[in-house]
Write a protein that binds this ligand. Structure first.
Ligand code: GLC
Length: 748
């Protein structure tokens, strides 16, 4: 996006009118409306033409509009709802001041679309920005221009690549310990210049004809995220098996090949939840087909794996092979389901199948049609769907995608709908899986998406590389996705492009054991990276990491269930839980899983030790049981065999024993790993791990005073064994519901 000329024009309104629940603004070239939504979110919506008022939006229907007080002083209007932030609007020229966050909006002409609106935000030097979804770079997004235009970068993800596969035009600003959120609900290409071109101001621009801005109050980051996910939606609770270990590679080229991979997992007793089939399974890369030579009996193959508790996930690309004899192509043609060029011909691009056409997922009937096609996979026993190339990629198009001026059936140009393409494809898939299997929780992974994509799919961060920098970059990338409302995320473990080595692999497997989504994936043409590919020592380490993941499942699943209810992510930057601690503000080489576990991985080659900052409170080394006072940075060793992991004092973290695969989310045994403190609390969420029956929460409470630990567990619904694990090793059975123990106090 670029301005044709640098001149931009201020927006002015000559009058305003207070409607029942909105404030209407009237100008010569622009109209505006201000409303107050649930959660004290102000929406400022500007548009130029009546028809643009009906824009595409992913914002959930709001229960009703709130009322606000309005006071006028000449050309200034003062609006206040219930939140601590009130809004002042100046009409001539239009600008707003939301309790110190100040912006103005101007018109400009984008080179390609001939239209555009830009918001200029005044910057204080101390402000930090988080969010913006999937991005390279640091946790704090200030100081760079970020573009929202879903892109499959030709050379994969590099350390500097922008834009990437997803668009999340959502920012969290933090200034003087107070947080606020800005969400620009525009699907057109948008650009966030965060004090990059000029230190004194940020510019947020869209090349579309409307400017739809939501001002989301805090005052904490958590509160901003919670309120934002009332707009963009929350993730549904996934099946338990989604949290297991997934094995994937581009190049599992036949049934026999897959069989050998599975055999190795069994031989080495490595837990395995699912095998993923990449494009190798298709006949000539036709979606909704199996290559009968290489996969002669997919149903049998999938069943054989399922009998060993291993599920199968298949890749689905949106592009349909241009093949007049291929029923999917023919049906789509009859429905006029494919994107067209300006001259009315079908747009034909290039993807894996060669000449390829693209369904218009913005249409309800096309989504339904596409969705129904998934019955083909379900009939064969497939458990989950992996939606890829849905930016959409078109190798022959500009920026590796479908051209800007391609037409959707509604007559709308692709420029407006491009960023929503993957979002709609996931919606199609999600709704279809629910229709076809109403008692099963859908599991979908996607590469492309937009704010709100979490309602339908999990997200992985695309084509990273087997490289130390990518290992560390995955942390801020996943953290910012989480802050943007997407809780279930992961990066390709071991790296996708390039060759991995044993040391990097071991480190990545341990870090990956804490990703919400744990999948090992690599590209064809790179060296193999299954757990046994780097020798016996690395195999042992990788297996330990996966086994640890399975021990952690009760906790992970409990945090996941919380994320689905509250929108607060599973992986959390320290600043989310410790907003008052300045030191936590930009930490991006350690993170929290939920709020009880702090993970501080080794991220460099040959790393023997590292420093770990521990926030307020006391912390316990998970492995040794050593105690530390917080608000200090400590030095820890980083042996290849494990990962620095700390437990918050006072936490009781639910664990279980390792197993080769998941079963029900009813934990047998349930092991409370307790970190002693005057007050101890913990909770665990349990259900069938599948289906929609209501789950239940078990709580544990207690105290540790003068060497005596007293614990009581709430009524348990199950008969399984329960243990309490203290320090680095000792386990005590929790007979009945209470436990009293004398423990020698450790020195800090
Ligand atoms: C894309 C995906 C990658 C996949 C490959 C082949 O590059 O990002 O994960 O393996 O296509 O389907």
């Amino acid at each position: 996006m670029s301005a044709r000329n640098r001149r931009s024009k201020s927006v002015s309104f000559h009058s305003s009118n207070l409607g029942k629940k909105d404030l209407q603004l009237f100008g010569d070239s622009v109209r505006g409306q201000v409303t107050l939504l649930e959660g004290d979110i102000f929406r400022i919506f500007l548009w130029k033409n009546e028809e643009d008022e009906q824009k595409k939006s992913v914002v959930l229907k709001q229960g009703g509009l709130g009322t606000f007080d309005l006071r006028r002083e000449n050309d200034s209007l003062f609006l206040s709802g219930n939140s601590e932030r009130s809004l002042r609007i100046d009409l001539k020229p239009f600008s707003w001041d939301w309790d110190g966050v100040r912006g103005g909006i101007k018109l400009f002409q984008d080179e390609r679309t001939g239209q555009g609106l830009v918001m200029v935000l005044e910057e204080g030097s101390g402000r930090r920005y988080y969010g913006l979804g999937e991005r390279v770079g640091r946790l704090n997004k200030k100081g760079r221009i970020w573009t929202n235009w879903n892109t499959d970068p030709k050379r994969g993800v590099r350390l500097n690549t922008d834009p990437l596969y997803q668009s999340h035009p959502f920012l969290i600003g933090v200034e003087e310990k107070r947080a606020f959120g800005l969400y620009l609900d525009e699907s057109w290409e948008t650009r966030f210049d965060l004090a990059a071109s000029s230190g004194g101001r940020s510019k947020i621009a869209t090349c579309g004809p409307t400017f739809d801005l939501y001002l989301i109050p805090g005052p904490s980051i958590k509160e901003v995220v919670r309120r934002f996910t009332t707009l963009s939606g929350k993730a549904p609770l996934p099946p338990l098996w989604a949290f297991g270990y997934h094995q994937c590679r581009w190049g599992y080229k036949s049934e026999k090949f897959v069989g050998r991979v599975v055999q190795q997992f069994r031989k080495y007793q490595i837990p395995l939840e699912s095998i993923w089939l990449d494009i190798d399974y298709m006949r000539g890369y036709r979606v909704f087909s199996f290559d009968e030579r290489k996969f002669p009996d997919p149903k049998r193959m999938i069943k054989r794996m399922r009998d060993q508790n291993i599920r199968t996930v298949v890749i689905v690309d949106p592009g349909v092979k241009f093949d007049k004899r291929w029923p999917v192509f023919k049906e789509g043609l009859e429905k006029e389901a494919f994107l067209k060029k300006m001259n009315g011909e079908i747009y034909v691009g290039k993807v894996w199948p060669g000449n390829t056409v693209f369904p218009d997922f913005s249409r309800d009937d096309v989504r339904k049609w596409w969705g129904e096609k998934h019955r083909f996979y379900l009939k064969n026993g497939v458990a989950g769907i992996w939606n890829d190339m849905n930016e959409p990629t078109s190798f022959s198009g500009p920026e590796n995608s479908v051209p800007f001026d391609t037409l959707h059936s509604s007559g709308t140009t692709h420029a407006k709908l491009h960023n929503l393409y993957g979002y709609y494809m996931n919606q199609a898939c999600f709704e279809a899986l629910k229709r076809a299997r109403p008692r099963t929780r859908p599991f979908i992974l996607t590469r492309s998406g937009f704010s709100g994509v979490q309602k339908f799919a999990w997200v992985w961060t695309g084509d990273n590389r087997s490289d130390w920098k990518h290992l560390s970059m995955s942390i801020p990338m996943l953290l910012n996705l989480g802050l943007s409302g997407v809780p279930f995320v992961g990066a390709d473990i071991g790296g996708f492009g390039g060759d991995c080595d044993g040391e990097l692999f071991a480190r990545w497997m341990w870090l990956g054991a804490f990703y919400p989504f744990m999948r090992n994936h690599s590209s064809t043409g790179t060296i193999r990276q299954e757990p046994w590919c780097f020798g016996r020592k690395i195999l042992r380490i990788a297996r330990d990491a996966i086994r640890f993941r399975y021990r952690l499942l009760p906790y992970l699943y409990t945090v996941a269930e919380e994320a689905c209810r509250t929108g607060i992510p599973v992986l959390r930057p320290l600043c989310l839980e410790y907003p008052d601690d300045e030191k936590c503000a930009e930490i991006e080489d350690e993170f929290l899983l939920g709020n009880d576990l702090l993970v501080a991985p080794a991220l460099k080659k040959n790393q023997k030790w590292r420093r770990v900052y521990l926030p307020e409170g006391q912390w316990e080394d998970f492995w040794s049981g050593s105690r530390y006072l917080g608000q200090k940075s400590i030095r820890v060793d980083t042996p290849l065999e494990s990962i620095p992991l700390f437990l918050r004092a006072g936490a009781a973290v639910p664990l279980t024993e390792a197993s080769l695969n998941t079963k029900r989310a009813v934990w047998k045994p349930l092991i409370w790993r307790v970190s002693l403190a005057e007050r101890v609390t913990g909770r665990v969420y349990e259900d069938e791990g599948e289906g929609f029956k209501k789950g239940r929460v078990r709580k544990i409470r207690g105290s540790f005073r003068k060497g005596t630990l007293k614990l009581t567990q709430g009524k348990s619904g199950t008969t399984g064994k329960v243990f309490v694990l203290i320090g680095s090793g000792k386990r005590y059975p929790l007979g009945g519901r209470s436990l009293v123990l004398r423990i020698r106090e450790k020195k800090i």
